[in-house]
Design a protein around this ligand. Structure first.
Ligand code: HSE
Length: 436
């Protein structure tokens, strides 16, 4: 059978990993697919003798990605350059030229996926993006195919390796935030702009995609609530541990009677949950289906070869369905075109979650009663309280509260009252999820 001819755009960490995996496992892959996968063209911003394929005359190298999408010899364009533009224009042109596309670009899919999938469907080509979410974990395949019989009720994931690496090192080794971030950059885990990792934008891109597959809604990145980990302190990490919890940066999507919650934020999770023990650059996604119950997917969320594993699996999927009619293929977001629902995505006021709160209060009798009073007015039940000793006489003390589940609007109202009453000169709040 004719080989599948690949054009690679981007020869950085993931591009290099893809070339290595395709080369090293060529024999097994060919035996599994029934045809060989051959890289015929590659583009990188700079070409020199260190560039992957520099010594391989069978791969045409170029410093212009447009050469790849316009090459008549290329069947599948693999986009590994990242970012919104020119990735969007390149992918749309590749589709217009009748090429299948594989991408690891979560930003592109979260922002422009609906437009790209519509163009691909019109042209009868596939656009695959397994590597865009949770690196090497085949979560897109699991949700679109393995769980297709289910109504998904909720999902929660650690979907940014860099953020998880930072939180793990802070907890285990008391390391400094910036120092760990630098290491993640050197290891090739972090985004080109690391604020995407730290401020939750990367996780929000991925959650937007997962929520769309889970609930059959259009991609709505702009409606995903996003809060990063830069405000998480070692103090909160320690208090969370005292209460039997770990702080993880979670992406959560949940269908409620009112609509869909899509949110990314630091979250306290009971330490006995498996997902609370997912450390370092590893990712994990917990998916609750109505038929299957809870399922957990775990693996490396970033890095050259884990991400390449997902990229190559997508190329293989395309190779296997080369001759199939478009309507015999799995729909890009799991639901057929035109069958997406208009269930509203909820604003944060409507979220329902429990809270960890750290207040800095005067060390005087009645302060706890004052706080409890304000919470009672909003129907907020307090589940646990820890009061710390003052460092010295007359100093303010940390008062840590765990609440039961409450509507976020009520919590906002209560906390503005606490702030307005001068009971506490600062309030730290972190949402709590029991994931049971
Ligand atoms: N910056 C991302 C992460 C890379 O740390 O998870 C994989 O998407």
């Amino acid at each position: 059978m004719k080989s599948v001819r690949i054009g690679l755009m981007g020869l950085g960490t993931v591009g290099g990993g893809t070339a290595t995996v395709l080369q090293r496992n060529a024999e097994e892959i060919t035996q599994r697919v029934g045809r060989s996968l051959e890289i015929v063209r590659a583009a990188a911003r700079e070409i020199n003798e260190q560039t992957v394929f520099a010594a391989d005359s069978s791969v045409k190298l170029s410093d212009d990605a447009w050469d790849v999408v316009n090459d008549a010899d290329v069947d599948v364009v693999v986009e590994l350059i990242g970012g919104y533009s020119p990735a969007r224009e390149l992918v749309l042109k590749a589709i217009e030229n009748g090429k299948h596309v594989v991408t690891a670009n979560k930003a592109l899919i979260a922002m422009h996926g609906d437009e790209i999938f519509a163009a691909a469907s019109e042209k009868g080509v596939s656009v695959c993006y397994e590597a865009a979410v949770a690196g090497g974990i085949p979560i897109i395949k699991a949700m679109r195919e393995g769980l297709t019989a289910n109504k998904i009720e909720w999902l929660a994931g650690i979907i940014n390796g860099t953020g998880n690496f930072i939180l793990t090192e802070m907890r285990d080794k008391g390391r400094d935030f910036d120092d760990v971030l630098k290491e993640a950059q050197a290891l090739g885990y972090a985004e080109a702009d690391p604020t995407f990792d730290v401020e939750g934008i990367d996780a929000a891109h991925k959650l937007t995609i997962l929520a769309s597959i889970a609930f059959g809604i259009p991609l709505q990145f702009d409606k995903t609530f996003t809060e990063g980990i830069s405000q998480v302190t070692t103090e909160d990490v320690t208090y969370a541990e005292e209460l039997g919890y770990r702080i993880k940066h979670l992406g959560i999507a949940r269908k409620t009677a009112k609509g869909i919650e899509m949110r990314v934020h630091p979250t306290l999770i009971p330490e006995k949950r498996l997902i609370a023990n997912v450390d370092g650059v590893m990712n994990a996604v917990l998916v609750q289906g109505d038929a299957v119950g809870p399922t957990l997917y775990y693996g490396a969320g970033a890095g050259a070869e884990p991400t390449a594993s997902a990229v190559v699996a997508d190329i293989v999927d395309i190779a296997r369905t080369f001759e199939s009619a478009a309507d015999n293929k799995v729909a890009a977001l799991g639901y057929q075109a035109g069958k997406h629902s208009n269930t509203p995505v909820l604003t944060s006021d409507n979220f329902e979650t429990a809270y960890y709160l750290r207040l800095s209060v005067e060390d005087r009798p009645g302060v706890l009663a004052d706080v409890a009073n304000i919470f009672a007015q909003q129907d907020i039940s307090i589940e646990a309280v820890i009061q710390k000793e003052p460092a010295s006489e007359g100093e303010r003390v940390s008062l840590i509260l765990l609440t039961q589940t409450v509507q976020e609007l009520k919590m906002n109202t209560a906390l503005s009252k606490v702030e307005a009453s001068n009971i506490s000169d600062s309030v730290t709040r972190i949402r709590v999820e029991h994931l049971d």
